[in-house]
Design a protein around this ligand. Structure first.
Ligand SMILES: [Zn+2]
Length: 356
C-alpha cells in the first residue's frame, strides 16, 4: 500500500485537513511493519499521568477523534488552524470504540500545538520563545544562555507513555507517545533549536521588535512552505521520511542519537535563514509586520493569521523556481526526523516495551 496521507482511504475525511506533524507521523509509522500490524486498542479515559509535573494550558480539552461527525469540507491548501477540521469530535471518551495504534500516532500528533502548552507561566525568560508554547517546543542557546525545554518535553512524554502502557491503558500510551513524537519532530526542525544567525544579532541596527519580527517571519514562512509541500503530495518528502524511518528502526539508540540529531538540525539553520532573507527579504518580513510580542494573543496564534499571506508570496508563480534549494535541504531534515520517529515507533511496537 502506498498512499499520501490525504488520500489514504483508511482515514475519514472528518480528520482532514492534515498538517505537517501528521504527515511526518504518518510516513514514519507506515515504514514500521511491527507498528502497522498491531491490533486495535480500546479507547479509554485519560489516566492523567502527566498532570503532576506537566500542567496543561487552561484552555486545553481532550477531544476524542474516534467519535466524529463530518460537518465541513475545508480547502487544505488554505487551512492554517489546527483546531479547524472537517469533523466535530467527542469531548467524552467513546468507550465503545477501538482504533489502530498507528492512527492514534497520526491524529494526536498536532495536539501539542493546540492549547496544552499555551497560556502557562513556565519561566521568566519565556517571552523570548514567544510564550509558554514556544518554551516547551524549542531549545536554543543565545548569548551563553539556554532557552526552552523541548528535549525535556520529549523525554517526559516518553515516560508518560511508558507509565500508561504499564498500567494497562494502551490507548493513552499511544496518545502520549504521539504527543512525545511531536516534540521529537520539532527538535529536528532548525528553527526550533536555533533562534537566529550570529550575524543578525551583531547588526545592532535592528530594534528588538524588528529582530523578533524577522525571526518569526522566517520561522513561520518555513513552516508554511513545508506544510504546503506535504499537501501537494510532494514525493521527495514522503520518500525521505519512509527511508529515514526504515533505516532508524534497528540501528539507532534514541537517547544517544538525540544530541547528534539536534546538532545536525542546528547546523542547517543559517543556510535556510539566509536563504529566506536573500530570496524573499522584505516581502516576507512585511507579511509578519503586525506581530506584537506584547500582545495578549499567543505568538503562535498571531503568526497563523499571517500564514496565508506568506503562502501567497512563497508559492507565487515567479518564486517557484527558488524553492529547489529548500526542497533538497528539507528532504535531508525529514530523513533525519523519520529516522528518529521510526526508531521511537519501532521500540514501542515491541511487546516488552509496552508491558512491565
Ligand atoms: Zn511544536
Amino acid at each position: 500500500m502506498d498512499f499520501y496521507l490525504h488520500d489514504d482511504p483508511r482515514l475519514p475525511m472528518a480528520w482532514a485537513p492534515w498538517f505537517s506533524h501528521e504527515y511526518i507521523a504518518y510516513f514514519a509509522g507506515q515504514a514500521v511493519d511491527r507498528l502497522m500490524s498491531l491490533p486495535q486498542a480500546a479507547v479509554k479515559p485519560n489516566p492523567h499521568i502527566s498532570d503532576q509535573n506537566w500542567p496543561s494550558g487552561p484552555k486545553h480539552v481532550d477531544v476524542y477523534k474516534e467519535d466524529y461527525r463530518e460537518v465541513s469540507h475545508l480547502d487544505p491548501l488554505w487551512s492554517f488552524c489546527y483546531a479547524e477540521r472537517n469533523g466535530k469530535f467527542a469531548l467524552e471518551p467513546p468507550l465503545d470504540k477501538t482504533i489502530e495504534p498507528w492512527k492514534v500516532l497520526v491524529i494526536y500528533s498536532t495536539e501539542p500545538d493546540l492549547n496544552p502548552d499555551c497560556d502557562l507561566d513556565l519561566h521568566k525568560n519565556q517571552k523570548i520563545t514567544g510564550g509558554s508554547h514556544g518554551w516547551r517546543h524549542m531549545q536554543f542557546r543565545l548569548l551563553g544562555r539556554t532557552f526552552g525545554m523541548a528535549p525535556e518535553s520529549f523525554r517526559l512524554h516518553i515516560n508518560f507513555a511508558q507509565s500508561a502502557f504499564e498500567s494497562g491503558n494502551d490507548y493513552w500510551g499511544w496518545r502520549y507517545l504521539s504527543r512525545g513524537s511531536h516534540y521529537l519532530a520539532d527538535l529536528g526542525n532548525p528553527f526550533h533549536v536555533k533562534a537566529l544567525p550570529g550575524w543578525l544579532l551583531m547588526k545592532k541596527v535592528f530594534s528588538s521588535r524588528e529582530l523578533f519580527n524577522i525571526v518569526s517571519a522566517v520561522h513561520q514562512s518555513y513552516e508554511v512552505y513545508v506544510e504546503r509541500r506535504f499537501r501537494e503530495g510532494f514525493p521527495a518528502f514522503q520518500y525521505a521520511l519512509l527511508q529515514g524511518a526504515r533505516s532508524g528502526q534497528d540501528d539507532l539508540d534514541l537517547q544517544t542519537g538525540l544530541s547528534a540529531y539536534i546538532k545536525q538540525a542546528e547546523k542547517r539553520h543559517n543556510t535556510i535563514f539566509n536563504f529566506f532573507l536573500d530570496q524573499f527579504g522584505r516581502e516576507l518580513v512585511d507579511v509578519f509586520a503586525q506581530l506584537d510580542q506584547n500582545s495578549h494573543l499567543d505568538v503562535a496564534d498571531q503568526t497563523n493569521m499571517c500564514s496565508a499571506d506568506a503562502a501567497r508570496v512563497l508559492f507565487k508563480e515567479t518564486n517557484l523556481s527558488k524553492l529547489d534549494f529548500l526542497d533538497r535541504i528539507t528532504s535531508e531534515i525529514l530523513f533525519d526526523v523519520g529516522r528518529m520517529l521510526g526508531r521511537l515507533f519501532h521500540s514501542f511496537s515491541l511487546p516488552q516495551k509496552r508491558r512491565s
